[in-house]
Design a protein around this ligand. Structure first.
Ligand code: AMP
Ligand code: ZN
Length: 476
């Protein structure tokens, strides 16, 4: 068996063959940090997390790059409307950078609570403007640009395969049908690479460039940063389905115009989470955040479980009843694992598990390899946990394997021990453990070791596992 993925480029299921055997370069468009992520956005990031976990579980070494958009994204993806960051800063009476920092932290806190593995590289647009300018210069040198009304535009008429990803029929499109008409554009599909004469008097962040002082268009950041960290050709690019027709279409045009070669092998797109009344969007206001679910008594992982109620290429309708069902199911799952732990003591060694559990694992792998079918994969997890013919240790072992892809932290499942611990001590220890995780993430191992020593001195032991870090009072 091998991994099959649905490639939006060509609209077909294709066997996944990475450019370099055993290695995967993956870029997922990250958040625009002008507000909290809504649960629709988070569905897309949960999908990308399953993709990364699945690739790693299947043995690939994955470099996952995610951008953080802190400049250049207008309320319309097609260069129309206001600058999202500036608007948010004005509304909240803060600076753009303060807004960016606050919502970046909020985003990664949500991601962590959802069991989403931190990308290998997280990069801010504002730290990479030099890379964007260098890339735009290449596009310009190859003859794909024009200056008009003070802005530098990409000329789509020079790029014959423009719209291939979205299967756009350019001849049938009338100006203004897809995009607001901008009098400076020669063709309605042309898009801004660099804004100099901004329509926003109060544009907060501007840089010098060969085209004048200004700021980059939104699309160029993804091309520049992905190529910087993954090279001029890489394997997988993903995002929400709304990005197919404009953002990803434009990313392809400008990247391939610069390099003259195929940029990305596989394009994966997650369908929308929809509310009863249609699309959930940040710009239109009134959206649900992860914290709003937590405030109503749900665990973030209940939402993760809810996301597995549909294949990533199908729309998923949000409802409170559905979330209640996910919460109850996840609770039952944890209970099941705790009971099996009590029965078996510990999971069987993976290479020693019997054929009954292995059958479930094989089927699980088949579902994962068939375009990441999380709902079916989840049903195999239930199957192995409920099957009385499977020895408890084997079931646990298989479940923990599956959890490497599903991400419910099952290995850490335990009944909360009834012990009284000084709450100040517990809170201080939590803080130190979190600091150590952060230090390790930042590859500051000296600091991480220092904190471990500090914890040991307090009589606390920490254990790192693929499912996270837990701390205990050391015995004796
Ligand atoms: P943004 O921060 O607006 O750039 O969006 C972040 C990600 O969420 C992008 O990949 C979008 O395509 C995706 N997205 C936006 N709305 C939804 C939704 N309702 N359901 C699923 N994904 C979404
Ligand atoms: Zn992007």
């Amino acid at each position: 068996m091998s991994l099959t993925l649905y490639n939006t480029l060509g609209r077909s299921l294709q066997e996944f063959v990475p450019a370099k055997p055993g290695k995967v370069g993956f870029y997922g468009c990250g958040p625009t940090v002008y507000n909290y992520a809504h649960i629709g956005n988070l569905r897309t990031y949960v999908f990308e997390d399953v993709l990364v976990r699945a690739l790693r579980w299947l043995g690939y070494e994955v470099t996952h790059v995610m951008n953080v958009t802190d400049v250049g994204h207008l309320t319309g993806d097609d260069d129309s409307g206001d600058d999202k960051m500036v608007r948010s800063a004005v509304e909240r009476g803060k600076s753009v950078l303060e807004i960016a920092k606050f919502y970046t932290d909020a985003f990664f806190s949500d991601a962590e609570r959802l069991g989403i593995a931190r990308p290998t590289i997280v990069c801010n647009a504002t730290d990479h403007v030099g890379d964007m300018i260098a890339l735009i210069r290449r596009i310009e040198a190859n003859g794909y640009t024009y200056l008009s009304g003070g802005n530098l535009y990409f000329d789509v008429s020079k790029f014959p395969t423009y719209g291939e990803l979205a299967q756009l029929d350019l001849s049938e499109q009338k100006a203004g049908a897809r995009i607001e008409v901008d009098a400076n554009k020669r063709n309605p599909f042309d898009f801004v690479l660099w804004f100099t004469r901004s329509k926003f008097e109060n544009q907060a962040l501007v840089w010098d460039s060969p085209w004048g002082r200004g700021y980059p268009g939104w699309h160029i950041e993804c091309s520049a940063m992905s190529m910087k960290y993954l090279g001029e050709h890489f394997d997988i690019h993903a995002g929400g389905i709304d990005h197919v027709s404009i953002h990803h279409t434009n990313e392809i045009a400008q990247s391939e115009a610069a390099t003259g070669r195929r940029w990305v092998g596989y394009w994966l797109h997650a369908e929308f989470l929809v509310m009863n009344k249609g699309k959930m969007s940040k710009s239109s206001g009134g959206f649900l955040t992860l914290q709003s679910l937590v405030d109503k008594g749900y665990d973030p992982l209940d939402f993760r479980y809810f996301c597995f109620g549909a294949h990533y290429r199908s729309q998923l309708a949000f409802s409170w009843e559905g979330l209640d069902a996910a919460k109850a199911a996840r609770k039952a799952l944890i209970e099941k694992v705790i009971v099996l732990k009590g029965r078996a003591g510990s999971p069987s060694p993976l290479d020693g598990i019997g054929p009954e559990a292995n059958d479930y694992l094989d089927r699980f792998r088949g579902h994962v390899e068939q375009d990441l079918n999380a709902p079916r994969a989840l049903s195999e997890l239930w199957g192995v946990l409920k099957d009385n013919a499977v020895p408890a240790g084997d079931a646990l072992s298989a479940a923990f394997e599956m959890d490497r892809v599903l991400g419910f932290s099952l290995a850490a499942a335990e009944r909360k021990p009834v012990v009284s611990m000084d709450p100040v001590f517990a809170a201080e220890t939590d803080k130190l453990v979190a600091e150590r995780i952060e230090a390790k993430r930042a590859r500051n191992f000296a600091r991480a070791d220092e904190i471990r020593d500090e914890l040991t001195a307090k009589g606390v032991s920490v254990e790192d596992s693929p499912d996270g870090t837990i701390w205990k009072l050391a015995r004796g």
